[in-house]
Ligand binder design. Structure first.
Ligand code: SB9
Ligand code: NI
Length: 186
């Protein structure tokens, strides 16, 4: 199981590289990677296990964050209700945003990243709605529409596969300035 010591931190060049496409059928190694990334999210979102293993809770984890430069990210956006079905749960492989809304959105609390140890305040403007195409571990191609929070999380994860970190998007002059019309979420 991945622990915080396995998470690559900002400054490591792997976080700034473009990750390589993943070939199908998945190798045993890639299958294991997918499983372990999702396991991290599941364990990190269980308050007791999170504390026991000294994890930071996360809703996403990209392969470069565990030192593997491949286009694979695990996403687990929990339900708003206790014990509800997750809003989105999958390992997204070779993801592409095929269309995006002009409407921008940012989390009112800003974003954080398991690879960035300090708090970097500011709005991270992203597309409010996206159409995402990706492959799941079984090789199936999925095309799905996401909006608001799950769309923001997926854009953060896809950025990792392109060597981009959340703070790259924060306005340098005024961190809480976002393009006109950006809606705030959360
Ligand atoms: C928030 N968290 C994430 C993405 C967008 C917004 C609050 C995921 C954080 C974990 N992480 O670093 C994944 O790449
Ligand atoms: Ni991140």
């Amino acid at each position: 199981m991945y622990l915080m010591k396995d998470i690559v931190r900002d400054g490591d060049p792997v976080l700034r590289k473009r990750a390589a496409k993943v070939e199908f059928p998945l190798s045993d190694e890639d299958q294991e990677l997918a499983k372990k990334m999702m396991e991290y999210l599941e364990v990190s979102q269980d308050p007791e296990l999170c504390e026991k293993y000294e994890l930071r809770a996360g809703v996403g984890l990209a392969a470069p964050q565990v030192g593997v430069s491949k286009q694979m990210s695990a996403v687990l956006v929990p339900s708003d209700e206790e014990d509800g079905e997750p809003v989105f749960k999958d390992v997204i492989i070779n993801p592409v945003i095929v269309s995006e809304s002009v409407q921008l959105a940012a989390l009112s609390e800003g974003e954080g990243c398991l690879s960035v140890d300090k708090d970097i305040p500011g709005y991270v403007p992203r597309h409010d709605r996206i159409t995402l195409r990706y492959q799941s571990t079984d090789g199936e191609t999925h095309t799905i529409r996401l909006k608001h929070y799950p769309a923001i999380v997926c854009q953060h994860e896809i950025d990792h596969l392109h060597g981009v970190l959340f703070y790259d998007h924060i306005n340098k002059e005024d961190p809480f300035e976002a393009p006109e019309g950006t809606i705030l979420i959360g």
